[in-house]
Design a protein around this ligand. Structure first.
Ligand code: ADP
Ligand code: MG
Length: 704
C-alpha cells in the first residue's frame, strides 16, 4: 500500500492533472513526498515593513504598507502590452504595482484608499522602480494567513508563474499538503539518536521548515533535516566501504625488497615527510589482505609520481606487475621518461603503451607482459584495451582520475585474473575540499601529500589587463635572456571552440611578431593537432629548444619542464579557479623564481574579480579549492559531475555545512564500529531506511 508520501501529486487539493504535469516538468515534483521535501531556499520576515522611499530594484521580496491612490489600464493594442497599473503610496512615496494578468479581477476588487499590505520583488522598468504581480492583502487577512512569522520563498520558474503557480499559490499548496499529511509522517531516525543529538522529530521539522513559527524553530527544523540528509549519505558510504573491504580480498604484498631498494637508494633527493607517510599508508593497505582503494591527493609538484612508482616497485618485489595510467599521451610520455630515469641502472623493466604505439612494438609488449618479463607498464587508456593482457597485474595507478570515466576505470581492474582485484591508487592534483571529498569519495581511503619538496619558491602571481601588454612582453624577453622558458595558454571550450582556436592563432601570430624567429623559437600545442605534431612541439619545449610554448589548456595537467618559469594565461577570467591553479602548477618546478601572469579584459564580473584576487593572494591548492566551492557550489566543481553522487542536496550545502558533515560522519562511523551490518534491534530503522534510500540512488561503488 502506498504511503501518503507516495501519493501522486495530482490528488493534492489545488493541483489536478494539468498542474501536476507542470510541477513534474518544472520541479521534478511527482508525489506528495517530493513536494514536502521541496524546501524554501529563503525566508522573508513578515514582521518587517519597508517604506516606498527605501525601495530599490536590488532588494529581495519586501513588504509595504499603504494605500492605492489611483489605478489605470494602459496599452492594449497588442496582446502582452496591456497592463493594469495601481499607484501605491505610503506617504513616503509612490510606487507602481503592475499586472499583466488577472486584470479583470484586479479592476473589480481593488479598492482605493483602503489600507493594504503589498508583498513582492521590486524591479526596474526603464529606470522606474515597480513591483510586478505583487501579492495584495488587507491587513486583517494577513494576520489570519497561512504563513507564520517567517514566510518561505520557493524556487520557481517562469512557466510555473505564468500558470498560476507563483509563490503565493505554491505556499497554498504547501499548506494543503501540511494539512493532508498531518499525523501521517513516520519518523526516519531512531528515537535514541533523536534523543542523543537533541533533534526535532521529523513531522515537526517538516512543518516548521515550510511554516516556521519562530526563527528558533526554523533553525531546529533545518538542522534536523540537514542532519538526516548528510547522516544517511555518510552511513551509506561508510557501510559501503566496509562491505567492499570485507568482500574484496587483496594480494598480500608483505615484502619490500630489491626493486624498491634499488630505486630508493639512488634517488637524487630525500623523500619529503608527506611522501614517506603516504607510502607507509599504502604499504599498510597492500599488506592487509584486502584490496586497496585509495585516493591520493596532492598539490601540483608535490611528487605523486614518485610515490606511485615506489609503490609499484613494492608490487614487483612481491612478484606482481603494475600499471600506471595517465589521461593524455603527453603525460604518459612524461611519466614514462621520469620513471625510466628513476630506474636507470636497475634491472626493472618498464614499458610504454599509447594510441600511437606501433603494431610491432605492441606485439613485443604483449609478449613481455604475458611472460612477466615486463614489470611496469606506463600508458594512456590504451592500457585498458582488451588486447592488453598481463601475467599478473597486482597494482594499478590512475593519474588525474577525474579525466577518466567510471567505466574505463572499472575495465582496468577487470584485467586482473582470478578472484583478486589489483590494488588501486587513484591520484589527483585537483585538491578537493574536505567536505566534498568526504561525500564524493566517502567510501574510499584518502591520503594527502600536503608538503612540497624543499627549495621551491612559491610562484609569484599577478593580474594584468591589456594596458600592461608591453610590460609583459618586455618581462618575457628578460626571462628568455636569462635562459628561461615560457608558457602562453589560451582557453578552449567546446561551446566557443572555433573562436577560441582563432584567438589562439591570433595570439601565436602576435607572439611571433613580438618574438621573431630565428632569434626566438615558439611552438604551438593544441588538441586539434595530430599526436605526432603535438609530441614534436612538446619535445622541442621539453628539450629546451623552444623558448615559448603557445598552448590550450592541454598542458594543464602533469607536464614537467623545470626550466619554464613564466606562465601567461590569456583570458584568465574564462578559467575556473582550480584550472588556473593547475596551470600555475606548470611553473615553479625548478630552483628559479617563477611567475604566473593572469591577463584579463577590463570588465570583470564580481566572481571573476574574486577569482583573480584569490589567485594572486595564495598558492595553496586546498585553500583555492575551498574558495572555489564557496563561489561555484559543489555541482560545478571540477570532477563532481561524473561522480553520480548526490552533491546538490535538498537542504544541506557542502560549502557551508562542513562542521555538521564531520559530526554526522563521526556518528555514522561510531554506529558502524559497534554494529557493522546494522543488525542490532537498536539500528533496525537505520538499516531499513538505508536500503530504501540506496535503492533510489545510483550505484557508485566503482567510483575509484
Ligand atoms: P605531481 O605531484 O604534480 O605529479 P611530480 O611527481 O611530477 O609532481 O613531481 C614534480 C617534481 O618534483 C619532479 O621533477 C620530481 O622528480 C620532483 N620530486 C619529487 N619528489 C621530490 C622530493 N622529495 N624532493 C625533491 N624533488 C622531488
Ligand atoms: Mg603528476
Amino acid at each position: 500500500m502506498a504511503t501518503v508520501l507516495e501519493q501522486d501529486i495530482k490528488y493534492l487539493p489545488g493541483v489536478g492533472p494539468r498542474r501536476a504535469e507542470l510541477l513534474l516538468k518544472e520541479l521534478g515534483v511527482g508525489t506528495f513526498g517530493d513536494l514536502l521535501y521541496t524546501f524554501p531556499f529563503r525566508y522573508i520576515d513578515r514582521t518587517k515593513f519597508y517604506t516606498v522611499r527605501e525601495v530599490h530594484a536590488d532588494l529581495p521580496y519586501i513588504q509595504l504598507r499603504g494605500k492605492i491612490v489611483h489605478a489605470e489600464l494602459i496599452g492594449g493594442t497588442r496582446p502582452g502590452q496591456k497592463r493594469f497599473v495601481a499607484y501605491f503610496s505610503d506617504g513616503t512615496g509612490t510606487i507602481e504595482l503592475v499586472f499583466f494578468q488577472g486584470i479583470k479581477w484586479m479592476q473589480e476588487h481593488l479598492k482605493m484608499g483602503v489600507e493594504y499590505i503589498v508583498f513582492g520583488k521590486p524591479g526596474d522598468f526603464r529606470g522606474k522602480i515597480n513591483i510586478v504581480h505583487p501579492e495584495i492583502d488587507e491587513p486583517s487577512n494577513e494576520k489570519s494567513g497561512i504563513q507564520g512569522v517567517l514566510q518561505g520563498v520557493y524556487h520557481s520558474t517562469e512557466i510555473l508563474q505564468n500558470n498560476g503557480l507563483g509563490q503565493r499559490a505554491f505556499l497554498k499548496l504547501q499548506a494543503n499538503l501540511a494539512a493532508t499529511v498531518a499525523g501521517k509522517i513516520t519518523e526516519t531516525l531512531p528515537a535514541w539518536l533523536l534523543h542523543e543529538q537533541r533533534l526535532m522529530p521529523l513531522p515537526e521539522a517538516l512543518y516548521h521548515v515550510h511554516f516556521p513559527q519562530s526563527v528558533e524553530l526554523l533553525a531546529q527544523a533545518r538542522f534536523r533535516l540537514k542532519f538526516e540528509e548528510l547522516f544517511y549519505i555518510q552511513l551509506g558510504l561508510l557501510r559501503q566501504r566496509l562491505v567492499r573491504i570485507d568482500a574484496t580480498p587483496g594480494f598480500v604484498f608483505s615484502t619490500v625488497g630489491d626493486s624498491f631498494n634499488a630505486c630508493y637508494n639512488q634517488l637524487p633527493f630525500p623523500l619529503t615527510g608527506a611522501q614517506k607517510r603516504v607510502i607507509r599508508e599504502i604499504r599498510k593497505d597492500m599488506g592487509s589482505g584486502k584490496q586497496m582503494n585509495r585516493l591520493l591527493q596532492g598539490d601540483v609538484g608535490s611528487g605523486k609520481t614518485l610515490v606511485a612508482l615506489l609503490c609499484a616497485l613494492i608490487a614487483n618485489d612481491n612478484g606482481y606487475q603494475a600499471a600506471i595510467m595517465a589521461p593524455t599521451e603527453i603525460l604518459a610520455q612524461q611519466h614514462y621518461e621520469s620513471i625510466a630515469k628513476f630506474l636507470e641502472g636497475t634491472d626493472i623493466r618498464v614499458g610504454r603503451l599509447s594510441g600511437s604505439t606501433k603494431k610491432k612494438d605492441r606485439q613485443v609488449l604483449s609478449e613481455q607482459l604475458l611472460d612477466g618479463s615486463l614489470h611496469l607498464l606506463v600508458g594512456t587508456h590504451a592500457l585498458i584495451e582488451d588486447t592488453v593482457q598481463f601475467k599478473n597485474l597486482g597494482f594499478v595507478v590512475i593519474d588525474e582520475q577525474h579525466r577518466f570515466g567510471v567505466e574505463q576505470r572499472a575495465r582496468l581492474w577487470r584485467k586482473s585474473k582470478g578472484e583478486h582485484l589489483p590494488h588501486v591508487l587513484v591520484m589527483t592534483a585537483t585538491p578537493i575540499p574536505r567536505t566534498l571529498a568526504m561525500t564524493l569519495y566517502g567510501d574510499l581511503d584518502v591520503s594527502v601529500i600536503d608538503e612540497l619538496p624543499p627549495g621551491r619558491q612559491p610562484v609569484k602571481t599577478v593580474h594584468f589587463r591589456e594596458n600592461k601588454r608591453l610590460r609583459v612582453v618586455g618581462f618575457m624577453k628578460e626571462q628568455i635572456k636569462a635562459g628561461r622558458q615560457i608558457y602562453v595558454v589560451y582557453p578552449l571550450i567546446q561551446e566557443s571552440e572555433k573562436m577560441d582556436y582563432q584567438n589562439l592563432e591570433d595570439g601565436y601570430e602576435n607572439i611571433t611578431q613580438a618574438f621573431p624567429p630565428p632569434e626566438y623559437v615558439t611552438v604551438v600545442v593544441h588538441g586539434k593537432m595530430t599526436a605526432e605534431d603535438k609530441a614534436a612541439g612538446m619535445q622541442l619545449f621539453v628539450k629546451g629548444k623552444a623558448h615559448i610554448m603557445v598552448a590550450t589548456s592541454v598542458i594543464e595537467v602533469g607536464v614537467n619542464v623545470p626550466n619554464a618559469t613564466v606562465m601567461v594565461v590569456e583570458s584568465a577570467e574564462r578559467f575556473g579557479l582550480s584550472q588556473l591553479h593547475q596551470l600555475r602548477g606548470r611553473v615553479g618546478r625548478g630552483a628559479e623564481q617563477s611567475y604566473c601572469i593572469l591577463m584579463t579584459g577590463y570588465e570583470l564580473s564580481a566572481d571573476s574579480r574574486k577569482r583573480m584576487a584569490l589567485m594572486t593572494s595564495t598558492n595553496n591548492g586546498f585553500e583555492i579549492a575551498e574558495a572555489d566551492l564557496q563561489i561555484r557550489g559543489p555541482g560545478d566543481m571540477e570532477g563532481t559531475q561524473q561522480s553520480g553522487m548526490p552533491i546538490n542536496l535538498k537542504i544541506s550545502d557542502l560549502a557551508k555545512d562542513g562542521q555538521l558533515l564531520e559530526q554526522v560522519r563521526n556518528i555514522a562511523f561510531a554506529i558502524l564500529s559497534g554494529d557493522s551490518d546494522l543488525s542490532s534491534e537498536k539500528n533496525a530503522l537505520l538499516c531499513s531506511r538505508l536500503k530504501q534510500i540506496k535503492s533510489s540512488m545510483a550505484n557508485y561503488s566503482e567510483i575509484s
